[in-house]
Design a binder for this molecule. Structure first.
Ligand code: RTP
Ligand code: MG
Length: 152
């Protein structure tokens, strides 16, 4: 099924033009369409809101601090099975898992810690809708079929 997902490239990636370009090229190679892109810096409040489901987790303040420490790059990606495909290219959240089973992923190659792990990807259709709305409130989710037709 053709899907849209939200991809965030985290501050460490945006800070490094070489790594940023490498990841953009990889996304294109894997046949994703960049539907919309936006570079922005989150305030602590907005970062906290985005990750509010993790409010009770020990890593919440570390995560909010990190995600608001510099610009991030947000993308609506479109593709067949985009949600799962982007998460599998990204690799596991936990760095230790990438050592044994997912070296050949973005996080496996470039992840530094469980927080500084290069990117974010929506985890379900409902989450993707909510997260796309958070960063791209002007985007009409119903226009999805328009992007599907761009695929060859
Ligand atoms: P994501 O949402 O980024 O795709 O990753 P996920 O679902 O696989 O990870 P989740 O467990 O939902 O974690 C949410 C965010 O918190 C960061 N995190 N930091 N120990 C830590 O410092 C820690 N653990 C998780 C993750 O990098 C993710 O951005
Ligand atoms: Mg998550």
């Amino acid at each position: 099924m053709f899907q849209l997902t939200l991809c965030i490239l985290k501050p460490d990636v945006v800070r490094s033009p070489r790594l940023f370009n490498e990841i953009i090229q990889l996304i294109l190679q894997r046949q994703f369409i960049f539907v919309k892109s936006k570079r922005l810096q989150l305030s602590r409040e907005r970062a906290g809101e985005f990750y509010q489901e993790h409010q009770q987790n020990f890593f919440y303040s570390r995560l909010v601090h990190y995600m608001s420490c510099g610009p991030i790059s947000c993308h609506i990606l479109g593709r067949e099975n985009a949600i799962q495909e982007w998460r599998s290219i990204l690799g596991p959240t936990k760095v230790f898992k990438t050592i044994f089973e997912a070296q050949d992923t973005i996080r496996g190659q470039h992840g530094v810690t469980d927080t500084r792990n290069c990117g974010h990807g929506s985890d379900s259709i409902a989450t993707a809708q909510r997260e796309i709305g958070f960063f791209f409130p002007e985007f009409d989710m119903k226009s999805i079929s328009k992007y599907e037709n761009l695929l060859v």
